[in-house]
Structure formats: C-alpha cells, structure tokens
Design a protein around this ligand. Structure first.
Ligand code: AMP
Length: 397
C-alpha cells in the first residue's frame, strides 16, 4: 500500500488530494486559493469534515508547508515519511510527452521550454513541483500531462491549415486538453460496455472549461480544444471556435490590442458574454426558466455547438457506441444533458431515459433501453489517474 499526493498547482491556487493506493481511498483533499494575495483561503476535508482558515499565504512554498503541517495536525498521517510519491497535474507536454513521466530537473527544464504554449499554467505547475520537492526531498515526483492522451491524433487532424512552417518552427498545432479526464471516463466507459474488442466513444467534459473527444478503441482521434484551451465548444467564459478575423476586426473597432481582445475571448465570452448574466450554467438555467431571452439564446448556442461537434465526431469515428457526460455541468445538469440528447435523437437515435437521467454525480447509464447509442454519466477522477501513474512510474506497490 502507498500514499500518493495528487497535486494541481495553479498560478494562485493549489489543489491537493492524498490517496491511499491502490484502494483509491481519499485520506484528505483540499484547495488553497488566493495564494500571494491577502486573506488566502486554506481548506482541508478529512472524512467529510471540513476545516477552513483565512491566512496570509504569500507563496506556494508556504502553501505546501501548510498542507503538510495539516496532515499531521489532523492525524491524516503520523509522519510525512508515510507519503510515498507526489503526482503533479501538468497542463502542457507539447509533443515531447505522450504519457506521464518521472518529474526531475531535466523534465522540469523541458516543461519550462514548453511554457510558451501554456504561459499561465506550466510555470505554476512547476512552482508546485519545486515547493513539494523542497518539502519532501526523498520522495519521487511524476508529471501527468493534460495534453498527453491526445498525442494519438493524426497529422490530418492536428495540423492547422496555415503555413506549415508555423507548425515546424513554433509548434502551432492542435494539442487538446482535459486529457486525463477524457482518458479516465473513456476507460470507465469501455469497462461499462463490457470491454469489447473495439469501441467508438465520444466523451463530453463539460465544466467551466469544456471539451469533447472522439475515442476509438481507447485512443483519442480528435478533440475540440486546440493549441490552447480557448478553442472548441462554448464554455463558461471562453468563446470556443470563432472566425479568427474577428480579432483584427474588433481591434480596429475598439482600439484594443490583440492581447486585450484575446483576454475578452478567454474571460468575458462564452455563457457570460452571451447571457450577460453569469458564467455558471445554474444561473443560465434559472434565467432560461424565467424566460430571459439572452439566457435562452445562450443555452441554444451552447447545445448547438456540442451537438455539431458530436455530429462531426460520429462521422470521424464511423459510428458510435456511447456518449459520456462528465465534469461540473455534465455530471450535474439534468436539463442540459436532456437538451443535448434530444437534438441527437433524429440523426443518431440517441434516447435518454428521463428517470435514469434524473441523477447527479453518480456513475450510471442514463439512456433508454431502445437508444441506438448508450449514454453514461461518469464522474471524472483525474486525481486517481495521477495517483495510478505515480505508482506505476515510481514502481510503488
Ligand atoms: P468544473 O469546472 O468541472 O468544476 O465545473 C463547474 C461548472 O459546472 C460551473 O461553472 C457550472 O456551470 C456547472 N455546474 C455545477 N453544478 C451544476 C448544476 N447543478 N447544474 C448545472 N450546472 C452545474
């Protein structure tokens, strides 16, 4: 048995989960927010019991030390020697990493070189690594990349139709993200399908960020995000795909820079931008039910973009055995799932069972028995994949 810390370090946050492996029992979990700002928020949850503190946490090193102190303070472990490995969620592995790797100084350097592709994320992931490495010097570390699962896409899918030199010189291509989540839920789905020798699955990771993936025989053959997580379907605050010329058009009209417009596409678009209400699907649903026209339009665009993507992946896969819904919205919104599947009924014979779909956050079949495609709700578990890869790469039992 091993205890593995799964870490997701952001620029001002640190999410963590300590898992007992291989049972996957979660010993504690939590998130530290507003690192570097005044009034940082420290959270830890142990067996359903939550503790929250407002503290000044000036950097990730201090945040990591607070997490480790809390482990002994709340008797999660008797000593920090009990921790056998640390797995780090890393956003961009570029073309260098098609699977998880032991995270050492050389890998850390390569990740730094890839920071151009994920300037907000890779440096933050590395800050988390260095902080944990300092605090737990004798423990092995593993990097689990969000992009790795999609490295099986072929060139006709990942090369953009722009001058080829941009791909060769700058690495401009489709990478895709949420790979750990798409991997986890597709593996669970294949299991639920009875481990057939071949399978065609579309996974819909619908959270604040959202992406879909087409998965053939367990391998990603297309996904909706691109060079960055701004591409693809509509999201909470991100536009997803738009005509690229909109950027220069808006620069001319508003006098804003390309960076400012891109910031708007990342932070003020999507559900928030269209509705003018919120980036949260719950608020949009409330507006929709109250008859707000823009909330209605927001829902319609959101559903259309997902259905269009599913349609094109259906063709690419050459058929479809199952659709999977996961992440915050996918796991919890009964009505969004229903509206998406209704639009797929005529073309693909997808039929939800209303009773089965009346569920949140539980792994279950939600399609009707006569649906031509099975539909599953599968809660994602990226931490488990991180812990499993950490065990494997550090040769732990
Ligand atoms: P995530 O990024 O996976 O944590 O997902 C967060 C998003 O899930 C929120 O911004 C909401 O849009 C959505 N969400 C969470 N709970 C619900 C719910 N009960 N109904 C609809 N959407 C939800």
């Amino acid at each position: 048995m091993s205890k593995i810390m799964a870490v997701n370090a952001g620029s001002s946050s640190l999410k963590y989960q300590l898992l007992d492996m291989p049972s996957a029992n979660v010993l504690c979990s939590g998130v530290i927010e507003r690192i570097g700002l005044e009034d940082s928020i420290f959270n830890i949850e142990i067996n359903g019991e939550k503790h929250k503190d407002i503290l000044d946490i000036e950097n990730h090193e201090k945040a990591v030390n607070l997490v480790l102190e809390a482990l002994t303070k709340y008797n999660v472990v008797k000593s920090l020697d009990e921790i056998d490995g640390v797995g780090h969620r890393c956003v961009h592995g570029g073309e260098k990493f098609a699977s998880s790797v032991v995270l050492d100084d050389e890998v850390s350097k390569t990740m730094e070189e890839l920071s151009d592709l994920a300037p907000l994320h890779n440096p933050a992931n590395l800050i988390g690594y260095h902080a944990f490495k300092k605090a737990l010097a004798n423990v092995g570390h593993v990097a689990v990349f969000d992009t790795a699962f999609h490295q099986t896409m072929e060139a006709d899918t990942f090369v953009y139709p722009i001058p080829y030199e941009f791909y060769k010189e700058y690495g401009v291509r489709k990478y895709g993200f949420h790979g750990t989540s798409h991997l986890y839920v597709s593996e669970r789905c294949i299991d639920l399908l009875g481990n057939p020798s071949s399978s065609k699955i579309i996974t819909c990771h619908l959270g604040n960020g959202a992406s879909l993936a087409a998965i053939k025989n367990g391998k990603s053959i297309n996904t909706s995000m691109g060079l960055t997580p701004l591409a693809g379907v509509m999201m909470g605050t991100r536009s997803g795909d738009i005509d690229p010329a909109i950027i220069t058009f808006l620069m001319d009209k508003t006098g804003k820079t390309a960076y400012e417009i891109t910031d708007i596409l990342n932070k003020e678009s999507g559900m928030l931008g269209v509705s003018g209400i919120s980036s949260d699907a719950r608020d949009i649903e409330d507006g929709y039910n109250a008859g707000d026209e823009r909330a209605k339009l927001t829902v319609e665009i959101y559903i259309n973009r997902i259905v269009d993507t599913i349609g094109s992946y259906f063709v690419k896969l050459g058929g479809l055995d199952a659709i999977v819904f996961t992440a915050g919205l996918g796991e919890n919104s009964i009505s969004f799932r229903e509206m998406i599947c209704e639009k797929l009924t005529d073309a693909l014979g997808v039929k939800l069972d209303k009773e089965r779909n009346n569920v949140r956050g539980k792994e279950t079949l939600i399609s009707a028995d006569d649906s031509k495609v099975k539909v599953y709700l599968i809660p994602t578990n990226e931490e488990l994949v991180i812990a499993q890869d950490t065990m494997k790469l550090l040769n732990l039992k």
